[in-house]
Design a protein. Sequence first.
Length: 95
Amino acid sequence: MDGFVDLFTDLIADAGIPQEFIFRKRAVELPGFFRPTKEWDLLVVKERTLIAAIEAKSQVGPSFGNNFNNRTEEAMGSALDLWTAFRERAFLNST
């Protein structure tokens, strides 16, 4: 998955976000609402404001349908957790 995260990093940098605002493999935890923290593959934080949170997941295995369902549930759960934490002001600049 590192190749995809590299690609996302390059695309974000090409869009004009300086590398100093792109975080990988360090400082990639955000507060959650249903869990204390969630670790992401890539975060973009500029001037203490969250711009993007990206998590890459693989889609392999003998049971494509089951794997697809599991990845979908994970994506929806992560999105709900992040949005609820934002709404409940777990982030510094939440409004």
